[in-house]
Design a protein around this ligand. Structure first.
Ligand code: NAD
Length: 454
């Protein structure tokens, strides 16, 4: 069998595994007598609060320690815990390395990291070195490509799980389309699009005291993400936030599991939006009007794959626009697009050459996970999908099995950022993807959301 045939067969095997409703490749050995899963959270900012809330809602989890450097956010976190009626965790604070003390002293089963991007790599590796076997990290994994290798190697060395908490993988429509793809409705996939198209101007700037909408400060004078995220727009030009788009796409085409990303090239527009926003809201004499932002307003990335698909990703965070991740999943038999809420399947759609309202299809092919857990997910962040990512981490810990999004998935999705920076820096040259799996992508099988458990 040549390589191409092998890869094709691996994909087919994966697809046949995937269509079994209620199937689960993980051995389930859940015991109700098991003690609660002990969790720590590093960073209880706005995203950390959401993780905290989700973990506190669960009866199988005890949040035993939290860490943050900001008294205001810690006070808010304590308020959330008190309201929940759960036991107050041990609080670590006082310096930027207080998390190291937490990892040394607290015996936890898992840790969730929701700090600024530059802290993710040291915190992940710190947790692994402390013997923690399950690390859930917010997007992204690290800053440089080497950071990504360092995290992969550390996870291998300590035989531990590092899961990117990529919640969009669990969006209800995204999962229904995954179900349809696995059942072959769209045919053989050819081309996929997605991205992060979110007007973040009111996130990148504020008045230092309140989140969205007031002021044009950032860095030391900014609050929450304006305190750190905006600096990445000053110094970097690339797709700074690829995982919301690429996570779901990677599952559609079995990346790292019979398929892999081969090459990437990125293109950036000029940078206008952030400067214009400062001038419009702070005046042309505001000191920040002099700041030069490197990040192009719209960064477009093309990716080629071993099995012949193409992927187009867009990062668009500096301009006025309604939110949309811009998914398009196209195969030989039809396609789904989220922007126009359209589905078209040849011979099955109501009229040739006309879009069906996607809702009918998405309802019909609702993923078994959503069908089972929609009551529990009600009220969770981002339309309920946040429940599922926390659920997946906790259930993996309870079952002592690998997380459904593992360190190789996390690394290859997140590495798009440094790779796209390199491509742009090199004049839009095509750059090669590293194979973090060391060739194992040919033998690994899909494990994400194969059934209705987690
Ligand atoms: N998946 C999603 O939908 C989603 C949504 C928002 C944010 N995020 C991600 O979550 C992460 C956090 O974002 P956020 O919006 O909560 O930002 P934030 O600025 O509101 O929170 C970050 C928190 O980390 C704390 N912190 C900073 N340095 C620390 C250190 N050395 N030790 C301990 N705590 C430290 C800060 O004080 C702050 O409270 C980022 O990776 C972001 O991209 C993901």
């Amino acid at each position: 069998m040549n390589r191409k045939e092998f890869v094709k067969n691996a994909g087919l095997a994966a697809a046949s595994l995937a269509v079994l409703p209620g199937s689960n490749v993980f051995a389930i050995h859940k015991s109700h007598a098991d003690p609660k899963v002990k969790m720590a959270i590093l960073g209880v900012g706005f995203r950390g609060e959401s993780h905290l809330d989700l973990l506190l809602r669960r009866n199988d989890v005890e949040v035993t320690a939290i860490c943050d450097v900001d008294d205001r956010m810690l006070a808010r976190a304590k308020g959330i815990i008190s309201k929940s009626g759960k036991k107050m965790p041990v609080v670590y604070t006082g310096d930027p390395y207080a998390w190291k003390k937490l990892l040394e002293k607290e015996k936890v089963d898992g840790v969730v990291i929701a700090t600024p991007w530059e802290w993710h790599k040291p915190m992940i590796i710190g947790a692994l070195e402390a013997g923690i076997k399950y690390v859930g990290t917010e997007v992204v994994l690290g800053i440089t490509l080497q950071d990504h290798w360092d995290v992969v190697k550390a996870a291998e060395k300590y035989n531990a799980n590092v899961m990117m908490m990529e919640n969009v993988c669990y969006r209800r429509d995204v999962m229904a389309v995954l179900n349809m793809v696995r059942q072959g409705l769209l045919g053989e996939l050819l081309h996929l699009q997605g991205g992060y198209q979110h007007d973040l101007r009111e996130v990148k700037f504020n008045n230092g005291a309140n989140p969205p909408g007031r002021g044009v400060e950032f860095g030391e004078k900014g609050f929450s993400e304006a305190a750190w995220r905006t600096d990445h727009s000053v110094h970097r030009n690339g797709d700074l936030y690829p995982t919301h788009g690429i996570g779901p796409i990677a599952h559609y085409i079995n990346i790292n599991r019979g398929n892999r990303f081969l090459t990437l090239s990125s293109f950036a527009t000029k940078s206008r939006g952030l400067h214009n926003y400062i001038v419009k809201n702070g005046g042309e004499n505001h000191p920040n009007a002099k700041v030069k932002f490197r990040l192009g307003d719209i960064v477009t990335t093309h990716i080629s794959c071993a099995n012949g698909e193409t992927v187009l990703l867009q990062h668009d965070t500096n301009s006025p626009r309604p939110y949309s991740l811009g998914f398009r999943v196209q195969g030989t038999e039809g396609l789904w697009m989220d922007v126009n809420n359209g589905m078209y399947i040849e011979g099955k759609s109501a009229k040739a050459h006309e879009w069906d309202d996607a809702k009918t299809w998405l309802d019909k092919y609702d993923h078994p996970l959503w069908a089972r857990w929609s009551k529990e997910s009600a009220g969770a962040g981002h339309g309920g999908m946040d429940f599922f990512v926390e659920h997946a981490l906790v259930e993996s810990i309870k079952r002592k099995v690998p997380t459904p999004i593992d360190v190789y998935d996390s690394a290859v999705w997140s590495a798009i950022t440094p790779l796209s920076e390199s491509s742009i820096e090199l004049g839009n040259q095509t750059v090669d993807f590293p194979d973090f799996t060391g060739g194992q992508w040919m033998y690994r099988k899909p494990v994400f959301a194969l059934g209705d458990e987690y």
